[in-house]
Ligand binder design. Structure first.
Ligand SMILES: Nc1ncnc2c1ncn2[C@@H]1O[C@H](COP(=O)(O)OP(=O)(O)OP(=O)(O)O)[C@@H](O)[C@H]1O
Length: 252
């Protein structure tokens, strides 16, 4: 994407963002209100940018025909995930497969596979309303991956997962990132350290930092970042540097 701008009335959520994302797991970090969800919603084609150009899978998503093609190859877990509580897990994931226009003959096996990958095979016939919050989140991940998407967008997928599930989920993310472009927003630095090939730090609608988790951790050590672990120290150091540069730019 180039020069991407997103406004919500008078708030500028994203300001001139240039970003190129290839295969791998891209962690999106940033303070509350930084613009992570706004970025993911534009990539998911559910929100239109106010300016700039977004290319996905080789073409501009403003082109309606290409946008429909992109949606079939996309997986998206929104932060606020809507579902039908009266559907069973199988029915709900199959419904999403239908929305994505997956071939009917492939759907049953794809649904079983996606549900198994999130560790819910034994609950496939349970109604979604009877599941715990963390399990519902996993249903959300299953519906996002049912079509084996080329681009997978996950907005805070680990919120509500228990530690064991988070560990399993990170393994799944690493697997998915070998073939697809995975973008995952999170506040948990452990997710980034364990599963991401690259970190993008967003602050006040701009990209404050991009690099590998290791480079971010090294920045934290060399720049005296504050935090309980290397990535947290890198996060605070990168934010501090970005804020100082923004302030200098504003006062010049
Ligand atoms: N529908 C909306 N109407 C008005 N302002 C909005 C709307 N959605 C987002 N914003 C504003 O846009 C900015 C970016 O919000 P966004 O949700 O993208 O941030 P975020 O990084 O995902 O935050 P969080 O970590 O809290 O989820 C914030 O200032 C927010 O208040």
């Amino acid at each position: 994407m180039a020069g991407l701008r997103v406004r919500h009335r008078r708030t500028v959520a994203l300001d001139s963002v240039d970003l190129d994302l290839g295969p791998g797991v891209h962690g999106l970090l940033g303070p509350n209100g930084a613009g992570k969800t706004s970025l993911i919603r534009v990539l998911a084609t559910v929100a239109a940018p106010s300016g700039g150009r977004v290319e996905l899978l080789g073409d501009d998503v403003q082109d309606r025909r290409h946008r429909s093609a992109v949606r079939r190859r996309l997986g998206y877990l929104p932060q606020e995930f809507g579902y039908y509580p009266g559907f069973t897990v199988r029915e709900f994931v199959a419904y999403v497969a239908w929305l994505k226009e997956m071939p009917a003959a492939e759907t049953p096996a794809a649904v079983e596979r996606a549900v198994a990958r999130v560790g819910l095979a034994d609950r496939v016939d349970a109604k979604v309303r009877t599941l715990s919050g963390g399990m519902v989140r996993r249903v959300g991940i299953a519906q996002a991956i049912v079509n084996e998407p080329d681009v997978l967008l996950l907005d805070e997928p680990t919120a509500g997962l228990d530690p064991e599930q988070r560990v399993e989920f990170r393994t799944l993310l690493r697997e998915l990132g070998t073939a697809s472009t995975v973008v995952v927003s999170t506040h948990l630095v452990e997710d980034v350290a364990a599963a991401c090939t690259e970190v993008t730090l967003v602050e006040s609608g701009r990209i404050a930092y991009r690099g590998t988790p290791r480079a971010l951790a090294e920045l934290g050590e060399s720049a005296d970042g504050v935090g309980d672990n290397p990535i947290e120290r890198g996060y605070t150091a990168a934010l501090r540097t970005h804020r100082a540069a923004a302030l200098e730019g504003a006062t010049r």
